[in-house]
Write a protein that binds this ligand. Structure first.
Ligand SMILES: [Ca+2]
Length: 323
């Protein structure tokens, strides 16, 4: 009886230990955000999109693309989510295509996560003095000596700061990279923007080869995103032009599988601190598993020993009965 209950306790403990260790991996998981995802054919039966508004010179080819501007002068087009992005942590992956027939081309397109939506203006076809995040795929070099174009630049708007087109936004640059070859690339061009509140903001690009992501920028001090923020895209052509196409938008809500760790990480302690913490946690975890391993061995011998003592006692008592 004692033997059986000990064995079952041991079995139970082993099982629980296994369950805990799979839960403690702390990996980032994701759920698709239907409200901000846009794929072919883009429109539903009544030629509308449930989740996005289109405007300006935007043209939709349901089997191919959403063309924000065509390769013609003085075009402006946009695409805006109808509902705000409510996820705290998110990933947005966009396939796009910048192409045209001319040797000289411009101006590029922008992705927005801003408080206002559908307002047209001079910043890649959208309003200036915006509040939130703008990521610009700038294909025309107005004046930025020493910088290779196309140039990808993030700007964090406070609602007052102005984007200076004449210097390609140099004074309001938050983070940036050059992406030579992103126009007329031989592979599908994509960008992936990942945001973890108080932890990081990362922009990766695919344009060199399929499946190869090039880091554009990464920061451990991400900007605060407005409480209510819409996801949008816009593009503009002036004297020079290009086709600016959005092929697909895939949005995801990100979360870690271990909410307790997230809560324990202080908001101000980002990057390095968080890494140190997870490393020490790994150590503690492996230390714990060693302790448990030896406990199991000791328990095993205790069970064997107990069984032997029990058997001897039973044999002795049986022998006593016989006489
Ligand atoms: Ca420019």
């Amino acid at each position: 009886m004692w033997l059986r209950s000990t064995l079952s306790a041991l079995w139970l403990a082993t099982f629980a230990w296994g369950a805990v260790s799979t839960d403690e991996d702390g990996t980032v998981r994701s759920i698709g955000l239907r409200t901000h995802t846009l794929v072919q054919p883009y429109l539903d039966s009544d030629m509308q999109s449930r989740w996005y508004d289109f405007g300006g010179d935007t043209i939709i080819r349901t089997d191919q693309y959403i063309r924000l501007t065509s390769d013609r002068p003085s075009q402006t087009g946009h695409l805006w989510s109808r509902v705000p992005l409510t996820a705290t942590n998110w990933e947005i992956e966009v396939e796009f295509k910048i192409h045209g027939k001319n040797q000289l081309y411009g101006d590029g397109f922008a992705m927005w996560i801003t408080k206002d939506r559908t307002k047209t203006g001079p910043v890649f076809g959208s309003a200036d003095n915006f509040e939130g995040l703008g990521v610009f795929f700038d294909t025309y070099k107005n004046h930025r000596p020493g910088v290779v174009f196309p140039f990808v630049m993030a700007m964090v708007g406070d609602g007052k700061s102005s984007y200076d087109k004449d210097t390609d936004g140099k004074s309001t640059e938050f983070a940036a990279c050059s992406a030579r070859g992103i126009r007329h690339a031989t592979v599908p061009t994509k960008f992936r923007l990942t945001y973890f509140q108080d932890k990081y903001l990362k922009l990766e690009l695919q344009y060199k080869s399929e499946g190869e992501w090039t880091l554009c920028f990464e920061t451990n001090e991400p900007p605060a995103i407005p409480q209510v923020a819409y996801l949008g895209f816009s593009a503009e052509t002036g004297e020079l032009s290009d086709n600016h196409d959005i092929i697909s938008v895939n949005a995801k809500n990100l979360y870690t599988s271990q909410p307790s760790t997230q809560a324990a990480t202080p908001g101000s302690g980002r990057g390095k601190k968080a890494q140190t913490k997870s490393q020490s946690q790994d150590k503690a975890k492996s230390g714990g598993s060693w302790t448990w391993f030896f406990t199991k061995i000791i328990l095993f011998f205790m069970v064997i020993g107990g069984g032997y003592v029990g058997y001897t006692a039973w044999r002795t008592s049986k022998r006593h009965h016989r006489y």
